[in-house]
Ligand binder design. Structure first.
Ligand code: HEC
Ligand code: HEC
Ligand code: HEC
Ligand code: HEC
Ligand code: HEC
Length: 243
């Protein structure tokens, strides 16, 4: 991964953020400037080589996201399914459909080694590190929770064509990292669509959030301990995401 920040940056964030908390002024301006949500692509929905519908497969047919996006819990990328995954059904179902021509081309042309040229929709720049597996399961033991696919991608089960639902800007990341509790759900609901927490879950989520330490979280940068002393936390810095 490209290192765009020199070593001295490691200290700068803590200072800038402390400035924001304690002094306001310059620090606040700097953070506002850095975190402003420019160049977002909400609504970006490119034309795909096959008119594949999430509304049909994930919505009406109720297929779990992980059937196709099988790496989402294991690594940084969810991945888009290989032709073989589609062929589990489409060797029988609608096997002569015109809409599946590009699928058949990729299957026959390369014996399954050639993939369909899906157009990538969601993209964070190389200098910002994002990892799915770190989000779809957070916390340990009793305090396990998840950020649902829906929170970051919207109601995919209702999309005929996938469109980007959130800005993926730095301020978007930081908004949640600063207050993750309302965005947590039980691990077994990670792919559920339309899920809502009840009162007892909301209380639990607030407790769980206190055990988490996502990078850039303002509330975690500087905290008063029991003795009333201000403590600084190193992981709060920029290098959590800019490695
Ligand atoms: C039958 C397989 C299948 C299932 C089930 C499925 N997807 Fe997909 N998904 C795809 C394919 C193929 C693409 C690439 C084409 C497209 O964007 O529509 C894709 C694309 C996406 C993208 C955009 C990827 C990008 O390029 O940024 C997101 C986000 C996504 N899926 C989320 C989900 C979620 C959330 C669920 C569960 C509610 C789900 N998918 C269920 C096959 C599937
Ligand atoms: C679990 C089985 C299953 C899997 C896996 C599956 N599909 Fe489907 N697909 C279906 C069914 C069922 C239909 C609806 C057929 C009908 O309308 O009668 C369908 C319909 C379609 C259609 C519309 C075809 C038409 O002529 O109307 C397209 C396009 C499509 N699927 C693409 C894909 C792609 C691409 C993948 C892999 C990412 C995939 N499907 C994976 C079961 C599946
Ligand atoms: C905390 C927010 C967040 C959550 C939760 C999340 N995603 Fe993503 N997703 C992203 C971001 C950001 C990207 C762009 C990543 C990149 O550029 O590397 C992305 C990209 C994708 C892609 C495109 C391929 C890839 O991996 O880059 C797919 C498919 C996808 N997500 C599916 C899912 C599914 C399925 C779930 C739930 C099991 C999920 N996502 C949960 C934020 C999220
Ligand atoms: C909706 C909430 C939410 C959004 C949006 C979100 N995150 Fe997170 N992120 C979390 C939570 C919760 C954790 C877990 C913290 C922990 O386990 O202590 C986390 C942890 C992380 C970590 C630390 C885990 C690791 O792999 O080192 C990184 C890095 C990270 N997020 C990057 C990002 C980036 C980059 C974005 C924006 C593109 C983003 N996050 C958007 C909620 C979110
Ligand atoms: C939670 C993850 C996260 C943390 C923490 C974080 N950033 Fe970022 N940063 C991002 C993401 C994601 C982008 C890309 C945003 C986009 O593409 O719109 C970004 C973009 C940037 C950019 C480039 C803006 C541009 O021109 O595109 C700069 C500079 C930057 N961050 C500085 C910082 C500094 C300084 C800190 C510490 C105060 C910091 N970041 C902390 C996620 C993070």
């Amino acid at each position: 991964m490209a290192q765009i920040f020199p070593k001295w940056w490691n200290k700068t964030p803590a200072l800038a953020l402390v400035g924001t908390l304690v002094g306001g002024g310059g620090g606040a301006f700097a953070l506002y400037y850095w975190a402003s949500p420019w160049n977002t692509d909400v609504g970006y929905a490119p034309r795909q080589p096959i008119p594949y519908s999430h509304k049909l497969h994930a919505g009406e047919m109720g297929m779990d996201c992980r059937y196709c996006h099988s790496y989402v819990e294991r690594g940084p990328h969810s991945g888009v399914p290989s032709t073989a995954v589609c062929m589990n059904c489409h060797q029988q179902v609608k096997k002569d459909s015109e809409k599946l021509q590009a699928l058949r081309d990729s299957w026959e042309g390369g014996n399954g080694t050639k993939s369909v040229a899906w157009v990538k929709i969601h993209k964070t720049p190389d200098f910002a590190y994002f990892n799915h597996s770190a989000h779809v399961a957070v916390g340990v033991g009793e305090n396990r929770a998840a950020v649902g696919c829906e929170t970051c991608h919207g109601r995919i089960d209702q999309m005929e064509v996938v469109a980007q639902n959130q800005p993926l800007s730095m301020s978007w990341c930081l908004d949640c990292h600063g207050n993750p509790a309302p965005n947590l759900r039980p691990v077994d609901q990670v792919t559920a669509m339309g899920w809502k927490g009840d009162l007892s879950w909301n209380e639990k989520a607030t407790r769980i959030a206190k055990t988490l330490n996502p990078p850039g979280s303002l509330t975690r940068v500087a905290q008063y301990n029991e003795k009333g002393e201000l403590e600084l936390h190193a992981t709060a810095g920029c290098t959590g995401c800019h490695r």
